[in-house]
Design a protein around this ligand. Structure first.
Ligand code: ADP
Ligand code: MG
Ligand code: MG
Length: 932
């Protein structure tokens, strides 16, 4: 859990030549491989691999991610040898294409593209058409016989270079473009003729000079070098850093740069550019899913400037040949990569080129369907199918959907860009969304189109609504990745961000209005007025199938934490195999019951009879609750934890309630106050709670055990099996357990005698204080099962108060002192070591000792894997996380089988984790020695 020294590899030692550039191109010259993603980034490795596979990729080369790391480490200076290596590789590209970089007659143009190990959509910038200048543009015009195209490419270069490399805001260029279009009375970029584009170029050059202070560089190599640097710099840009933070991407040194021969989708009406998925990333359906634009270049498709065409319905009308080729590509890609691919292509004068492929991001719904169908198609194995679905992503499928019976007023429709139901108030900027969510509001982010800078606001929003852009627009892609419902391109929505209004069909909505949206509605996503009620999710179709497969592989059982029959029901429907934790105190907060509870607490410390009287009133309630839960669980084991929290938590803390309580019990306000005062503890988490309550007031334990056993007897008499497991919280010594066990047995025996019925039950303990873990061999002599309460065990192992850690833990995470929040994901190296030890000690005494976990960690996939590896019998988590835990348990079992050596290691995490401590200790010791 503690961060070890940065995993980042240092650069190669000085003086030793490092290979920084890897070529890809025709004739077996390709130097990169698919598995070199660390060094070449995802895009670079796959460009090399597609080339090797014989797919039509324009020649080029990849500059390594280490070079980016070295560049930033050196204070943003390019390694001395780099540009020479780049020049040598440009020569290879020249040979492959028969063109010359910097040539006026037959110019080679280049694209400089970023590409890190993990795809970071839209995070870093691409510069196209590098190498153009006033001379080359004429050469290109003559060569292509298309002057318009040449100038279109040129104006794009000046714009992209000015914007991404030199930081001239895009809108300055946009402004000039609009002005020229207006002057000439045209609407679309494609309607501008050659003269118009020449004027745009002239104006762009002026914009460039006005803002940069020098002329647009005409030297191609100079353009390229600056572009490479810009890509490297963007790695350390705010947006990229934030993206890595949100997606937990660590230990990666930098991005690669891919330099590649340009191919042109803007060479005329027989040229096009597009993006596609080999299957529908929203639903998972096995259909070609893509969009293209005729006579366009680069990001035109995703920028939402022109509305792209659907390949499936439109491409054959445009070119049957290209459509057939793309369907072939779909097949080839899926066979080679055995997963859904998200790819980019360009068609230059009818010839298809592949520019990128990667595993496609998909919604959880699609992930499940794709995994199941690919396994059924025998493209992948069942195990692979299971591993393809990220357990935590199931959360999206467990979320509610809109109640089909609810009255809905559709106020707008758009593209169903990311499925799910979302309800919230309207925010008009990402910042506003972040602020309002921080204040506890539920927000729908509404934008014309989102951009990378909006990522923070998109992350916290319930849903996203845009008025322009297609299925592959930024909003759509990012929302799908995040699992946030999104309706995109709802053209009838008019957004005025400055006025903070949204106008739809003459009606105006503001920041205090609720809207609801359904991003999975087919054929169009829908937006509704107000708050539409939702209904719970069901486990059906492919989801049910993958869960069934998961159950075939997992060995770890999954239980649930449930305090009510309703929770128990929900969990059983999600596949829970028992209850791992019923918190009895939750049963006392009901208005009628809390009164009796308070009466019990207010009885003076010595007033045993008073307490018993109040407890007797609580008994029937408890019994009824247990009967309800036992019946809901139909014979599955139910672990019931006896009263745990400090008593003062049940008492009223304001004078009004205190007086009312006193009145009803015939006590003065003063007396009530005094008792509340008495019960006050300076450190309640370590105070009079847990089994300490039972040790001091055994009558509480008696009442609870009686309620449990009576309920079990009643359930049995009703013809339903039940298996109660009585669990003692917070025990730290065998003697405590012995003392309480005797009372438990006596109470149970009394009930058996009274009812002339016997039921089975178990007596066990939680392991939540370190002493319990350390002396587990002793505790196991008395306890019949262990349940690790890892919330408290984490609190006490770290000494971090659960209630106060929010103040400092975020800093620990930010400064990478802790890798993650130990209350969310089990600290394998420390807390896990105690768990591992306790299991071993306990089973040394009782080989069949049942061990489980009931902390929040039971639903955290990473922690579930750990639980599998240390040999726990079950994990227990909240009802909605049961499917997640089932799938995570299957992952753990499959991974352990696939790499037995590895999993044995992770079962003994202690050795690994103790290293950094030793490392830290050393310099300290030295320092001390010195001071002496
Ligand atoms: P991103 O990571 O943002 O997708 P890319 O490096 O893929 O960035 O480039 C963005 C777009 O630029 C691509 O979708 C493609 O349309 C265009 N592009 C990239 N390389 C080339 C090339 N060699 N020829 C023509 N267009 C290209
Ligand atoms: Mg980009
Ligand atoms: Mg791309």
């Amino acid at each position: 859990m503690f961060k070890q020294s940065k995993q980042v590899k240092p650069a190669a030692p000085k003086g030793k030549a490092v290979k920084r550039v890897y070529f890809f191109g025709p004739g077996n010259q390709t130097e990169g491989k698919a598995d070199m993603k660390d060094l070449l980034g995802g895009k670079g490795a796959n460009l090399a691999d597609m080339t090797t596979a014989g797919l039509p990729v324009p020649a080029g080369f990849t500059i390594t991610t280490d070079t980016c790391g070295d560049y930033n480490d050196a204070g943003q200076v390019l390694p001395a040898s780099l540009m020479a290596e780049v020049r040598a590789n440009i020569a290879k590209v020249e040979k492959a294409t028969g063109k010359k970089f910097g040539d006026a007659k037959n110019p080679l143009l280049l694209a400089a593209r970023s590409g890190a190990k993990f795809s970071m959509p839209g995070m870093m910038d691409t510069v196209l058409n590098i190498g153009l200048n006033d001379a080359a543009v004429d050469g290109l015009a003559k060569l292509s016989g298309n002057e318009r195209f040449a100038y279109d490419s040129y104006r794009r270069l000046i714009n992209m270079f000015g914007d991404t490399v030199m930081g001239v805001d895009h809108h300055h260029f946009e402004h000039e473009l609009s002005a020229v279009k207006a002057d000439r009375g045209v609407e679309l970029d494609t309607d501008l003729d050659t003269d118009g584009l020449k004027e745009v170029v002239a104006r762009y050059k002026k914009v460039y000079k006005d803002h940069v202070g020098s002329d647009f560089p005409s030297d191609g190599l100079q353009q390229l070098e600056a572009a490479i640097e810009a890509v490297f710099k963007s790695w350390m840009g705010e947006r990229a850093i934030k993206y890595r933070e949100i997606n937990d991407i660590r230990g990666v040194r930098g991005t690669a740069v891919n330099v590649q021969a340009m191919v042109f989708g803007n060479m005329g009406d027989d040229s096009a550019t597009g993006v596609a998925f080999t299957r529908d990333p929203s639903t998972g359906e096995n259909v070609f899913y893509g969009e293209f634009l005729v006579n366009a270049q680069g990001e035109d498709v995703v920028a939402g400037i022109r509305t792209p065409l659907d390949c499936k319905t439109e491409m054959a009308k445009w070119s049957v040949k290209s459509w057939k080729e793309l369907l072939e590509v779909k097949k080839k890609l899926e066979t080679r990569y055995r997963d859904v691919q998200d790819f980019e292509f360009t068609i230059e004068k009818g010839k298809l080129y592949m520019l990128q492929t990667r595993n496609g991001k998909r919604t959880a719904q699609a992930a499940v369907r794709i995994a199941v169908e690919m396994a059924k198609e025998k493209l992948i194995t069942k195990e692979e199918g299971i591993l393809r679905v990220e357990p935590s992503s199931l959360d999206q499928l467990l979320h509610p959907t809109f109640d089909p019976k609810a009255d809905k007023t559709v106020i707008a429709t758009g593209l169903p860009a990311s499925p799910g139901a979302a309800v919230g108030k309207i925010a008009f900027t990402a910042e506003e969304a972040e602020q309002r969510v921080a204040q506890g509001e539920k927000i729908i982010l509404v934008r014309r189109e989102t951009e990378p800078a909006d990522i923070g606001g998109m992350h916290v929003a319930e849903g996203i609504l845009t008025s322009t852009g297609g299925m592959t627009s930024h909003a759509a892609v990012v929302a799908r990745g995040m699992g946030t419902p999104c309706v995109a391109g709802a053209g009838m929505v008019h957004i005025d961000a400055a006025a903070r209004t949204l106008k739809i069909a003459g009606k105006t909505y503001g920041p205090d209005d609720y809207i609801s949206l359904d991003g999975g509605k087919s054929p169009a996503g829908e937006v509704y007025e107000g708050q539409v009620p939702t209904v719970d999710a069901a486990l059906t179709g492919a989801f049910a199938q993958i869960m069934k497969w998961a159950d075939e592989f997992r060995t770890l059982k999954v239980r649930t934490n449930a305090d009510t029959p309703h929770d128990a029901d929900v969990a059983r429907n999600f596949g829970a195999e028992g209850i791992g934790l019923t918190r009895t105190e939750h049963m006392f907060f009901d208005p009628e019951r809390i009164h009796n509870m308070r009466e019990m607490i207010l009885a003076g410390a010595a007033d045993v009879e008073g307490r018993k009287k109040a407890l007797a009133k609580l008994l029937p309630y408890q019994r009824e609750d247990f009967i309800g839960i036992f019946k809901a669980m139909k014979g599955l084991p139910v672990t019931i934890r006896l009263l745990d929290p400090p008593l003062h938590e049940f008492l009223p803390h304001n004078e009004k309630d205190q007086k009312a309580l006193g009145d009803s019990l015939g006590l003065s306000l003063e007396a009530v106050k005094q008792r509340v005062q008495q019960l006050h503890e300076s450190n309640p988490m370590l105070g009079h709670r847990g089994d300490r309550l039972a040790v001091t007031y055994p009558e509480i334990l008696e009442m609870q055990v009686r309620a449990i056993i009576e309920a079990a007897v009643a359930t049995k008499k009703a013809g339903i099996k039940c298996l109660p497991e009585i669990m003692i919280p917070l025990a730290g010594t065998k003697a405590e357990l012995d003392y309480l066990k005797k009372i438990t047995i006596d109470t149970a025996e009394a009930v058996f005698k009274e009812t002339k019925t016997r039921v089975e039950y178990m007596y066990g303990t939680m392991i939540e204080v370190p002493r319990a873990a350390v002396t587990a061999d002793e505790l196991a002599q008395t306890a019949e099962f262990f349940s690790f309460g890892t919330n408290d065990l984490t609190q006490m192992t770290f000494g971090y108060s659960r209630d106060d850690a929010g103040v400092f833990l975020p800093e620990y995470i930010k400064k990478e002192i802790l890798e993650r929040d130990p209350f969310q994901s089990l600290d394998v190296g420390g807390v896990g070591k105690l768990v591992d030890m306790a299991v071993k000690l306990g089973r040394g005494v009782k080989p069949d000792l049942k061990c489980g976990i009931c902390g929040e960690h039971g639903g955290d996939p990473r922690s579930v894997e750990f639980c599998h590896n240390v040999g726990l019998n079950y994990v227990s988590c909240s009802p909605f996380r049961v499917p997640i835990a089932r799938l995570a348990a299957a992952h753990a079992a499959i991974k352990a089988k696939q790499a037995p050596a590895k999993s044995a290691k992770s079962a003994k995490p202690a050795a690994k984790a103790s290293k950094p401590a030793a490392k830290i200790a050393k310099p300290k010791a030295k320092a001390k020695a010195k001071r002496k």
